[in-house]
Design a protein around this ligand. Structure first.
Ligand code: C2O
Ligand code: CU
Ligand code: CU
Length: 472
């Protein structure tokens, strides 16, 4: 990312313009959320328990409803939630065991639940037009036949998804399998959802897009600048960028490396030791952080190098408070799952141009906005597809390209191999201004209609989405 591009990004999401009523509290604490940094404990989203288990399937109930949730200490914010929780409850699935979720919509808006990154049939994918109307229910069926991965579920109702996600409709869905054996687990396996929010002087959510400077509070699992007490040992952190537009570049304040073990679709073919991990909206990275060499009492801040203010830079403080035994280990590259050969020679090639159209004031894919009655690409099942995604945006927006149903591989960016953190399975990839990214995927298992879109979800809502149909 060039500095120039970051300024453009800043114009869209950053810049600390304080709202009048926030000025007073900000004067006291220096923070837009009015509290001192690292004074509220991190919350871990509750794990949902199945109401019924059979030999092959776990059954869950989820009710989408409004709830008053404490984001700023001492006050509540009315949110859209799954089961009253923000982030939504975590679903822990096992590869090879089916999950069925009975979703009831008790919200004032229509919804659609999309399991982001999942390999599922079209009628369980949460297509933008496959709505659960207010007061109704729907069963979603997830086969979990893919590799272990950090997935997430979120709203996808056409034209409502950006606002509903912003108002709270997002949660983790974790699939596990045997490749993960030996990694930090249980209370040392921590999902972390990062996003920003715009709250007015009475702590009510303000949704507007674009919203320059308004979304100035960054939340980690729903808490501004929390602290987290850790043992001096290894942790597995599952980082998810669930923001509508904001990008994060994570680094530790003590300069220690992160060991990235997984990308969107699961474990990487080789671990990546790196000081920084960059995530654009909807992307995930799993990292191992080792606190074992730190003394009791040490404090390390997880930082966002893209942040425009203290509240957006200093995200979360780890506080080493105890020793603990640690039998976990980082897998060697030989223990990690291999990637299958691509077979590029027989690929079908397609082009996608992503851009804002300043004349029409539209966000477009191949010059068009989303039309649910139009199929943009007809794709043969099992056929290798290579898509060349070009960002020709004249305004200089970055766009984040996401395809439903598949995990793809990033072949190259501007002709050069992708960075090591993008060499595994991905379902969402950043295409910066002027960049060209080639991705390869195979649409297996199902036929029917799925969408692909920019995952700056404010853009998707505004029409930056296309539709594909998988045929036999
Ligand atoms: Cu998370 Cu269609 O997206
Ligand atoms: Cu998705
Ligand atoms: Cu976009």
């Amino acid at each position: 990312m060039k500095r120039r591009d970051l300024f453009k990004l800043g114009a869209l999401t950053g810049a600390t313009l304080l709202l009048p009523a926030q000025r007073l509290v900000a004067a006291a604490t220096g923070q837009p959320h009015g509290i001192a940094a690292f004074t509220v404990p991190l919350r871990i989203p509750p794990v949902l328990h199945p109401y019924r288990r059979t030999l092959h399937t776990d059954f869950y109930h989820v009710t989408q409803r409004e709830a008053d949730v404490e984001i700023l200490p001492g006050t509540t914010t009315r949110l859209y939630t799954y089961n009253g929780a923000f982030p939504g409850p975590t679903i822990r699935a096992v590869r090879g065991r089916q999950v069925v979720i009975h979703q009831t919509n008790a919200l004032p808006v229509h919804t659609s639940v999309h399991l982001h990154g999942a390999h599922v049939a079209p009628d369980s994918d949460g297509h933008p037009t496959d709505l659960i109307h207010t007061g109704h229910s729907k069963d979603y069926r997830y086969p979990n036949t893919q590799l272990a991965a950090t997935l997430w579920y979120h709203d996808h109702a056409h034209h409502g998804e950006a606002e509903s996600v912003f108002r709270g409709l997002a949660g983790f869905y974790l699939i596990r399998d045997l490749y993960e054996h030996g990694l930090p687990s249980g209370k040392y396996d921590i999902p972390l959802m990062f996003r920003d929010i715009h709250l007015d002087e009475r702590a009510r959510v303000v949704y507007q897009a674009p919203d320059p400077g308004g979304r100035n509070i960054v939340l980690v699992n729903g808490v501004p600048q929390p602290f987290f007490r850790v043992a001096a040992r290894k942790y597995r952190l599952r980082l998810l960028n669930a923001a509508n537009d904001r990008a994060f570049k994570f680094a530790l304040s003590n300069g220690a490396n992160l060991v990235q073990i997984a990308s969107d679709g699961g474990l990487l073919p080789a671990t990546v030791t790196t000081p920084v991990v960059e995530l654009w909206p909807a992307e995930r990275a799993e990292v191992i952080v080792d606190f074992s060499r730190l003394p009791i009492g040490a404090k390390v801040v997880l930082r966002n190098q893209f942040g425009e203010s203290d509240a957006a830079v200093n995200l979360l403080r780890f506080e080493v408070t105890r020793r603990a035994s640690d039998h976990s280990r980082i897998p060697t590259d030989r223990e990690l799952p291999d990637l299958p050969p691509l077979g590029l020679r027989n690929a079908v090639h397609r082009d996608v141009t992503v851009a804002f159209d300043p004349a029409q004031r539209h966000f477009t894919l191949n010059g068009k906005t989303f039309d649910p009655d139009r199929v943009d690409f007809t794709v043969r099942q099992n056929q290798l597809e290579v898509w060349t995604v070009r960002n020709t945006d004249p305004v200089g927006f970055a766009h984040n390209f996401h395809v439903h149903l598949v995990q793809f591989r990033v072949l190259d960016r501007n002709g050069a191999p992708p960075p090591p953190g993008e060499r595994g399975w991905k379902d969402t990839v950043t295409v910066g201004p002027g960049q060209t990214v080639r991705i390869a995927s195979r649409f297996t298992g199902y036929t029917g209609r799925y969408v692909f879109h920019c995952h700056l979800i404010d853009h998707a809502t505004a029409g930056m989405m296309g539709q594909l149909e998988v045929v036999r």
